[in-house]
Design a protein around this ligand. Structure first.
Ligand code: NIG
Ligand code: FE
Length: 424
């Protein structure tokens, strides 16, 4: 990337800096909706990094290389690129039949128990070649970037068998190395018990621990995750995996209390996970544990909508001063969302976040959920110049126009990676 391509000045903006009020940390409580707006604002980036922001004509003092991209955006909203902290992009096949059956009353966990659900995707993904899986993921990533995502977490978890999980993680690594945006890989070590384990849960979890060692050696993931749920895995069963991950220097995340309160939120805090995800059913004790641990609650309203269970109540998390982040949870079973703007609209309509809280949750707080709180998620000096320009002068429109394409231009590290013609 040449410096020229990565130098950027956007002025005449309604600028959302997401700047922290003091030291950088997840925004909670009364600060949960602090977007740091500057009207008639500007942002400048050099060699892919934000160097300054300001108001009015003060941008004239900024020196950029000749030929840098400069634009008066005419009052449009300019804000940090979205950070999607929870996706399962690595899969093949679809689950239309299951979706239809569930909407007519079939139960998600009962389908899984019968060998469908996650297992159906495991079978379809096993059939897909490396090249096919890479191509599928590339297309999904392109669509996410077009919708404004500049940092994305991608989990394995549809391999289940050790060698298959490693194959998926290596394909995610290949995608990461070619991607124009930042990809954070996660080893979803305990997603379901594979049929071939013949019900031997302990043996399966021991094999996952062995995979973990290889994952750490080959730097195939930054974090380890587990699906803690009634009839899937219990907290105490996966505790050794989490402790081993910590010992190997890997971060932890937990699919916690999605459909039932199984103490997942408290468990996530106990193993010092960086996030507890879903948390629709988390108890008050669970929320207090998240608050004490500074663990980020990643809300995933897409899956609540498409599976049909009660969404997490965002107001409870804000009241408990738990940091709230937001993700798409893109996967073929529970959440077809590909873009963060839709997740923002759902977080406001279904979870009761304010539009500004949802924007913080999808940028600064989501960056914290991925251990990137000082690298992206805000337009302040020294951060990556991950920026989106919206086709509106009021960011609340993101929360309102469900399904509309409001993202006009996307920059990752100062480089334009998507541009759309939009008609207003
Ligand atoms: O985040 N619930 C666990 N994992 C995924 C869904 C997996 C699937 O059904 O394929 C989720 O909802
Ligand atoms: Fe998930």
């Amino acid at each position: 990337m040449s410096a020229k391509e990565a130098d950027l000045l956007l002025r005449g903006a309604r600028l959302l800096t997401l700047a922290p009020s003091g030291e950088e940390r997840p925004r909670v409580g009364a600060a949960a909706g602090d977007v740091g707006a500057i009207d008639d604002g500007w942002v400048a980036a050099r060699e892919g990094q934000v160097v300054a922001t300001g108001r009015g004509g003060t941008w004239e003092r900024v020196r950029l290389v000749d030929g840098a991209t400069t634009e008066d955006v005419g009052g449009r909203v300019v804000m940090p690129g979205f950070v999607d902290p929870h996706t399962h992009l690595c899969y093949a096949g679809q689950r239309w039949d299951e979706f239809e059956a569930r909407r007519s009353g079939s139960d998600y966990l009962a389908i899984l128990e019968r060998g469908g659900g996650i297992h159906a995707t495991v079978r379809a993904t096993r059939e897909a070649s490396d090249a096919r899986l890479l191509a599928l993921m590339r297309a999904r990533l392109d669509r996410a970037v077009a919708a404004g995502t500049t940092t994305i977490e991608i989990k394995s978890g549809y391999g289940l068998e050790p060698e298959e999980e490693l194959r998926h993680l290596r394909i995610i690594a290949a995608l990461r190395s070619e991607a124009i945006v930042d990809v954070a890989p996660t080893y979803l070590a305990a997603h379901a018990l594979p049929g071939r384990a013949n019900g031997d849960r302990r043996a399966f979890l021991r094999s996952a621990q062995a995979v973990l060692t290889r994952v750490a050696e080959e730097h195939l993931a930054e974090a380890v995750d587990a699906f803690v749920e009634k009839g899937v895995f219990e907290t105490e069963e996966v505790a050794p995996l989490m402790h081993e991950a910590a010992a190997l220097g890997l971060a932890r995340a937990v699919h916690a209390d999605q459909l039932n309160d199984v103490g997942g939120a408290g468990f996530a805090a106990r193993v010092e996970a960086r996030s507890a995800d879903h948390v629709s059913r988390a108890s008050a004790d669970g929320l207090r544990a998240l608050e004490r641990g500074g663990t980020v609650a990643v809300l995933l309203p897409g899956s609540a909508l498409f599976v049909g269970y009660p969404p997490p109540d965002g107001r409870r998390f804000v009241a408990h001063r738990v940091p709230v982040a937001l993700g798409t949870d893109h996967n073929p079973g529970t959440s077809p969302l590909e873009g963060v703007p839709t997740a923002i609209a759902l977080a406001v309509t279904m979870c009761g976040l304010t539009p500004h809280e949802a924007i913080v949750a999808a940028t600064a707080n989501a960056a914290h959920a991925l251990g990137r709180g000082t690298r992206t998620g805000a337009l302040v000096e020294g951060r990556r110049a991950d920026v989106v320009v919206l086709e509106t002068d009021d960011e609340r429109e993101l929360a309102y126009r469900l399904g509309a394409r409001l993202v006009r231009t996307v920059y990752a590290s100062g480089q334009r990676v998507a541009e759309h013609e939009t008609v207003r």
